[in-house]
Design a protein around this ligand. Structure first.
Ligand code: NAD
Length: 405
C-alpha cells in the first residue's frame, strides 16, 4: 500500500471510499475552433476535471499552457478538493485549462480562445456546479471574458460563475494579496508554536511573482528581514535585508530582481540553502528534493507554491525537525478569498479589503490550528495533519450524503 494509502486507511476510510476518492467525478476534454488573426481557423484542446463536489460546487483554476495534460489537471483538481476542505469553505475541487502557449497569441486571439473554450464547457459549469478562477497564464481579464461569455449563454449577468475578476465587474478587494496574506498568517501562527520571534527573523523567498512578492512585502511590514528573493533569472542576497518594494520597482524597470543595488547575486539553488530563519518557496513545483533538502537551514518553511517539496525532502525535514507548512494549508488563502468573492457576488454586496482580510485571518488561523492539533494528536508532521483533515472532511461529507449515483 502506498504511503498515502496507509494514511487514508488510518482515517478509517473503507475500500469503497478510497476507490471513490481515487477517481475524479467528471473529467472531460473539448476540441474547439478559433478564428485566428490571419483569418484561418485553428483547433484547440481544452480539459476540465471536476474532481469532487460532496462539500459544494467544484472550484478551481483555469490554466493556459502548451504542455498541459489531463493527468496534471487531475492532480491539481484533487489538490483543490483538499485545499477547500482544509480551509473549510463549501466547495469541492476542479481544475482546467487549454493546451496553448499564450505568448504566441495576440490579445484578440487569447480572448477568442477563452470565449470559445467557455462556450464549449458552458453547460457543465455554473455558480452551483463549477466555478473557474485564474491560474498559470490566465488573469483577471481572462476571468472577465469568462463571465461575459457565460452571461451571454445564460441571458443575464452571472458574476458568481467565476472568481478573480476585475473589481469593476464584481472582483473582490484584496484578492491579489490574499494568497500571500494567508501564507503570512500561517507563518505567524507557526512562529508562535515554535517560540520564534517574527520581528527581526530573516526570510528568503523563492519566486518574486504574485505570491512571493506580496509575501515578502507583508513580512517586511511585520518587521522581518527579507534577506533574499529570486525569479527565473536568478536571486539576490543581502544579510542586512532589503525593502521588497524597492526590489519590485527595480524588477519593473529591468525585468528581474537580479542586479538590485547593494545585493549579492545568488543562484536559485543557493537561495534555498541560505542561512535564514524562514524559507518561502513561491515559484514552482519540485524545487526542494532529496538532493538539496539536507542543505536547507531554515527552521520554518511555508509552501507558497503548489508542490515545491518532494516526499523524500519531507522526510529529511522531519528528521531535522524543520517545521513545514504544506501547500494545501499555506496557500489556501487564495481559494478562501475566491469563496468570499462568490459570496459577495451572490448577495450583490461589496466588502472592503479590511472586511475580507479579517475574515481571511479567522479562516486561516482556524485551519492552521486544526492541522496543528491533528499533527500533534497523531504524532505526525503538518503535511499529514492537513491531509488527514482534508480527506477526512471530504470522506465524511460523502458518507453523510450517501454514495451516488
Ligand atoms: P507568478 O507567475 O506571478 O510568479 C511566479 C514567480 O516565480 C515569478 O517571479 C517567476 O520569475 C518565478 N520563477 C519561476 N521559475 C522559477 C525558478 N525556477 N526559480 C525561481 N523563481 C522562479 O505566479 P504566482 O501566482 O505567484 O504563483 C506562484 C506559485 O504559487 C505557483 O506554484 C502557484 O500555483 C501557487 N499558487 C498561487 C496562488 C495565487 O493566488 N496566485 C494561489 C495558490 C497557489
Amino acid at each position: 500500500m502506498s504511503e498515502l494509502g496507509e494514511l487514508y486507511a488510518d482515517l478509517g476510510l473503507s475500500g469503497d471510499e478510497l476507490d471513490l476518492l481515487a477517481m475524479p467525478r467528471r473529467s472531460f476534454t473539448v476540441h474547439f475552433p478559433v478564428r485566428m488573426d490571419s483569418g484561418r481557423t485553428r483547433m484547440f484542446i481544452g480539459h476540465r476535471i471536476q474532481y469532487n463536489d460532496a462539500r459544494g460546487p467544484a472550484k478551481g483554476g483555469l490554466r493556459f499552457h502548451p504542455e498541459l495534460t489531463i493527468d496534471h489537471v487531475r492532480d491539481l483538481a484533487f489538490l483543490m478538493v483538499l485545499k477547500c476542505a482544509v480551509v473549510n469553505i463549501p466547495f469541492g475541487g476542479s481544475k482546467g485549462g487549454v493546451v496553448v502557449n499564450p505568448k504566441e497569441l495576440s490579445r484578440n486571439e487569447l480572448e477568442q480562445v477563452t470565449r470559445s473554450y467557455i462556450r464549449a464547457i458552458a453547460e457543465f459549469i455554473g455558480p452551483f456546479k463549477d466555478i473557474p478562477a485564474p491560474d498559470v497564464y490566465t488573469d483577471s481579464q481572462t476571468m472577465a471574458w469568462i463571465m461575459d461569455t457565460y452571461s451571454q449563454y445564460m441571458g443575464y449577468r452571472v458574476p458568481e460563475v467565476v472568481t478573480g475578476k476585475p473589481i469593476i465587474v464584481g472582483g473582490s478587494e484584496g484578492r491579489s494579496e490574499a494568497t500571500s496574506l494567508g501564507v503570512v498568517f500561517c507563518i505567524r501562527e507557526a512562529a508562535k508554536k515554535l517560540g520564534m520571534k517574527l520581528k527581526g527573523s530573516s526570510v528568503a523567498v523563492q519566486g518574486f511573482g504574485n505570491v512571493g512578492w506580496n509575501a515578502a512585502d507583508i513580512l517586511h511590514h511585520m518587521g522581518c528581514k527579507i534577506v533574499a528573493v529570486s525569479d527565473t533569472k536568478g536571486g539576490i542576497f543581502n544579510l542586512n535585508g532589503f525593502n521588497p518594494r524597492k526590489v519590485f520597482e527595480h524588477k519593473e524597470k529591468s525585468g528581474s530582481v537580479v542586479g538590485f543595488s547593494g545585493s549579492k547575486d545568488v543562484s536559485n539553488q543557493e537561495l534555498l540553502e541560505l542561512n535564514c530563519d524562514i524559507l518561502v518557496p513561491a515559484a514552482l513545483e519540485g524545487q526542494i528534493t532529496k538532493a538539496n533538502a539536507n542543505e536547507i537551514k531554515a527552521k520554518l518553511i511555508a509552501e507558497g507554491a503548489n508542490g515545491p517539496t518532494t516526499p523524500e525532502a519531507d522526510r529529511v525535514f522531519e528528521e531535522k525537525d524543520i517545521f513545514l507548512i504544506p501547500d494545501i494549508l499555506a496557500n489556501s488563502g487564495g481559494v478562501a478569498s475566491s469563496y468570499f468573492e462568490w459570496v459577495q457576488n451572490l448577495t450583490r454586496e461589496h466588502w472592503t479589503a479590511q472586511e475580507g482580510n479579517k475574515k481571511l485571518e479567522v479562516k486561516m488561523v482556524k485551519a492552521f490550528n486544526d492541522c496543528y492539533d491533528i499533527s500533534k494528536k497523531q504524532k505526525t508532521n503538518m503535511r499529514n495533519g492537513a491531509l488527514i483533515l482534508g480527506v477526512g472532511r471530504v470522506a465524511e461529507a460523502i458518507r453523510t450524503l450517501g454514495f451516488w449515483p
